[in-house]
Design a protein around this ligand. Structure first.
Ligand code: ATP
Ligand code: MG
Length: 410
């Protein structure tokens, strides 16, 4: 990917233009991290970029961004630009093409404002970004208050970059964030949610990230539903669990936060407000709700165990249990053993299906669902030799023979 990006830069240079790697990829290269993508910045106009390469697409023509396809990769080639007036607290109203220095100065943080010339292997640094990298510091470019006032998302980006890179937020930058923290309420919840998700996924210590968000006074604007995170005890316990997570996904992080600081209903409300996907909301809420059942797992009937294990979110449920019940090592061990035995063993097919019940005069609806559930649990519990016996019992008995299979959950 780097070679393809360098090829694009060299092509532009061969036609007399300036072209650099820009932003995040330069930061990552200098840190010895694998860049996720390579962005190229140039003084060539967007039309020129389009004319020089075969496979291009104008993604942000107004902002001077052209997507160039090279080999199997896609690169954003952007004309050096400066942003003009932010009226929505998020996106510039317009841009103006300019030279590299001004382009560097519109960028958010010193570490994100570096250029690199792949031909000469030189770093071009207009804002002391290299110094920030050396000091492991996230520092706003220019006046921090102005930068956060024009684009409020930068406050969260500062916290994310500090957490993911294990850097500290420089003091004036941090103070400006504290002063502007309330503006976070004005940016779209999707953007907030995406930043939080990336912190859970990428930060080496997501718990330290939570404490940083609290320290920057952003946390109460992210999770207003969780006032208990304002207490040291809950905050520190939550952070400790986050730091020990062995599953690094957004769902896992949310599960830990909501279980530690609230309950499943609050989780559902908060995550819906944050517009998390239904899938994530369900996985997280189930994980929170099921914790008491995890504690009593060994005592559960076989059917209940198998059904719990087959839940999509079971690994998260189990990890949440491990993190939040350190005193229950034995219960976790039992869970683990059971899980190891049954993982990869699919649940058996249902002996009794809706059609069987229809034939016997049961009509579709909630009552049928309850019967089918009862039948499947009895089957899993091994109460009957075959379908015939099971069906017979289901349609005639009061459930006496196989009481354990009749738990009607929820
Ligand atoms: P990563 O992709 O790993 O999150 P990145 O630094 O590449 O990190 P992007 O969001 O891809 O971040 O943005 C690319 C570059 O654009 C940044 O490095 C930064 O220079 C600039 N940039 C992005 N968002 C902003 C912003 N909100 N304000 C100012 N500059 C920004
Ligand atoms: Mg990027």
């Amino acid at each position: 990917m780097r070679e393809s990006a360098a090829h694009i830069a060299r092509t532009l240079q061969a036609h007399g233009y300036t072209a650099y790697f820009a932003g995040g990829c330069v930061r990552d290269l200098l840190l010895g991290r694998e860049p996720k993508d390579y962005d190229i910045a140039t003084d060539a106009a967007p039309e020129t970029v389009q004319s020089l390469f075969t496979h291009t697409e104008a993604v942000g023509r107004a902002f001077g961004v052209i997507l160039v396809k090279q080999e199997t990769f896609c690169f954003e080639v952007a004309t050096f630009r400066t942003d003009i007036s932010y009226s929505d607290g998020r996106r510039p109203d317009a841009v103006q093409f300019c030279g590299p220095e001004e382009d560097a100065r519109r960028r958010d943080f010193g570490v994100n404002a570096l250029f690199y010339d792949p031909s000469t292997e030189q770093v071009i640094d207009y804002v002391n970004g290299r110094e920030d990298l050396k000091n492991k510091t996230i520092r706003a470019v220019g006046n921090p208050s102005e930068r956060f006032a024009e684009d409020h998302l930068r406050m969260l980006r500062a916290a994310r970059f500090a957490s993911v890179l294990d850097f500290t937020v420089e003091e004036q930058t941090a103070n400006a964030i504290r002063n502007h923290a309330g503006l976070l309420d004005r940016i779209s919840v999707e953007r907030v949610q995406a930043e939080i998700a990336r912190i859970f996924e990428e930060a080496p210590k997501p718990g330290a990230a939570l404490q940083l968000l609290r320290n920057l006074e952003l946390l109460k604007h992210i999770f207003p539903e969780l006032p208990s995170l304002n207490t040291e005890v809950v905050l520190n316990e939550t952070a400790d669990r986050l730091n020990r997570m062995r599953i690094r996904t957004a769902s896992m992080g949310y599960a830990v936060v909501f279980f530690s600081a609230a309950d499943a209903d609050t989780a559902e409300k908060a995550m819906k407000r944050l517009r998390c996907s239904t899938e994530i909301v369900n996985i997280v809420c189930d994980a929170v709700r099921v914790q008491p059942d995890m504690q009593n797992f060994s005592a559960k009937p076989e059917s209940e165990k198998r059904l719990m294990l087959s839940a999509r979110g079971f690994p998260i449920q189990m990890e949440l249990f491990r993190l939040s019940h350190p005193q229950d090592a034995q219960a976790f061990q039992a869970l683990n053993l059971y899980a190891a035995e049954y993982t990869d063993r699919p649940l058996p097919a249902h002996w009794v299906r809706g059609g069987d019940l229809l034939k016997h005069g049961v009509s579709r609806g909630p009552a049928m669902k309850i019967l089918l559930d009862k039948a499947y649990r009895a089957q899993l519990d091994g109460c009957f030799a075959d379908k015939e016996e099971l069906l017979n019992w289901l349609l005639t008995s009061d459930g006496g023979r196989c009481g354990v299979g009749t738990t009607e959950k929820d």
